[in-house]
Design a protein around this ligand. Structure first.
Ligand SMILES: NC(=O)c1ccc[n+]([C@@H]2O[C@H](COP(=O)([O-])OP(=O)(O)OC[C@H]3O[C@@H](n4cnc5c(N)ncnc54)[C@H](O)[C@@H]3O)[C@@H](O)[C@H]2O)c1
Ligand SMILES: [Zn+2]
Ligand SMILES: [Zn+2]
Length: 388
């Protein structure tokens, strides 16, 4: 089959590789009909995710058709159309039973590798480095899906792929961000980052009852898309986002702050420069500009929901501010299987239309071009749909 293989920073190649086969009785093989590039893939593309090996197949947001099932798969049959959760859960451990799917004890065969760094192993993620299981990713014609009964959500045949594909990853991530904010009537939610995850966070915050959503980015077409969803916007390249938020909330600060940016945030001023240098010389692995800004901007007693990915160590976090303001900080890789059924429901009822984040459709052979466009935000690119 053809698949997108990582060969180093900024080097992805479409290559011919062996087809996947069933390895366990609870596996399914999915013929990928649509996949995409996530902001998390950019962290890999930019070379910031440790434990990648040359030749690894990447990608994790996908949907397709069931073409083979193991003999213990009970909920699926050949020919089913499914959206697949990017994170993999066994369905039976303490964490899966508690709906904390990305913390699964059993899906990551390399969980031990994480222990020195994280203390405990977390779940596997498709195509997301050896630390996260070393599983082949979805930017490919076929994927092996472990614990398929839990990871695959059956979807109707009559809805277009653009409306369904984000249910695999970007939509539950944005939705979980809003859910973690514990939104109450009257709440103001600020969202840093207007990429696909930020767009879903904005819409989900309204869906869950936010009174106002304020979105922050510097890319004009992304801010425009946020406006279309009803958000007020701040262009952080023109004004200081922290000061603007304070003014827009009468000096009180937003009730909840969502980080939909993560470890590659663009910083302004001296701290921005500090992060760039510190990351380049490996003094810190991640650039936590947004995290710092959220801690200072959030109202006292407010909540931070961090869904932007962090991989290692950050520096100069204003812990004193977080502590003295009594902030609650919640975060994590998303709990896909917990949210996917209700998101499909929202889509089928027409309460959210995920399709308008897609700006480009490319063939798998054109993936490199897709990465470049998505990374550099050229040609107004917000999200790319790849057709294997
Ligand atoms: N937790 C999870 O399970 C999960 C799942 C999917 C994606 N993610 C993460 O979510 C983040 C966003 O993903 P995406 O697909 O939307 O990516 P993206 O790269 O398209 O979006 C990031 C956006 O942040 C903006 N930005 C950069 N610096 C900023 C700053 N200082 N202030 C405000 N905005 C800033 C960029 O201009 C860009 O529009 C990534 O870190 C990704 O890894 C996490
Ligand atoms: Zn993702
Ligand atoms: Zn589990």
């Amino acid at each position: 089959m053809r698949a997108v293989c990582w060969h180093g920073a900024n080097d992805v190649r479409v290559e011919t590789v062996p087809d996947p086969t069933l390895l366990n009785p609870r596996d399914a093989i999915i013929k990928v009909t649509a996949t995409t590039i996530c902001g998390s893939d950019l962290h890999i593309y930019d070379g910031y995710i440790p434990s990648m090996k040359a030749g690894d197949i990447i990608g994790h947001e996908f949907m397709g058709e069931v073409v083979e099932i193991g003999k213990e798969v009970k909920q699926l049959k050949i020919g089913d159309r499914v959206v697949v959760s990017s994170i993999i859960g066994c369905g039976h451990c303490f964490f899966c039973q508690g709906q904390m799917w990305s913390l699964c004890d059993n899906s990551n065969p390399n969980g031990l590798m994480q222990e020195p760094l994280f203390g405990h192993g977390t779940s596997a993620i498709f195509g997301y480095s050896h630390l996260f299981g070393g599983l082949a990713g979805s930017q490919a014609q076929y994927v092996r899906v472990p614990f398929a009964d839990f990871g695959c959500l059956k979807v109707p045949h009559d809805l277009p792929e653009e409306k369904l594909l984000p249910i695999s990853d970007a939509f539950p991530t944005g939705y979980m961000a809003a859910d973690l904010c514990d939104i109450k009537p009257g709440d103001i939610v600020a969202v840093w980052g207007c990429g696909p995850v930020g767009q879903f966070a904005i819409r989900s915050a309204y869906l869950l009852g936010a009174e106002r959503v304020i979105a922050i980015d510097k890319v004009p077409e992304r801010l425009q898309l946020a406006k279309k969803s009803g958000a007020e916007t701040i262009n952080f390249s023109e004004i200081d986002a922290g000061e603007a938020l304070n003014e827009m909330t009468g000096g009180r600060g937003p009730d909840a702050c969502i980080d939909a940016v993560g470890m590659e945030s663009h910083g302004m001023g001296p701290m921005g420069l500090y992060d760039k240098v510190a990351q380049a010389v490996k003094l810190e692995t991640d650039r936590p500009h947004v995290l710092r800004q959220m801690i200072v901007a959030c109202r006292k007693g407010g909540t931070l929901a961090v869904m932007g990915v962090y991989a290692g160590f950050v520096d100069k976090i204003p812990m004193g501010a977080a502590f003295n303001k009594g902030l609650t900080i919640r975060m994590g890789q998303m709990f896909g299987q917990k949210y996917m059924p209700r998101l499909l429901d929202h889509v089928m009822k027409g309460e959210i239309d995920p399709s308008n984040v897609f700006t480009h459709t490319l063939s798998l052979e054109e993936t490199k071009q897709g990465y470049e466009m998505f990374k550099n935000k050229t040609d107004n690119c917000v999200k790319v749909l790849l057709k294997p």
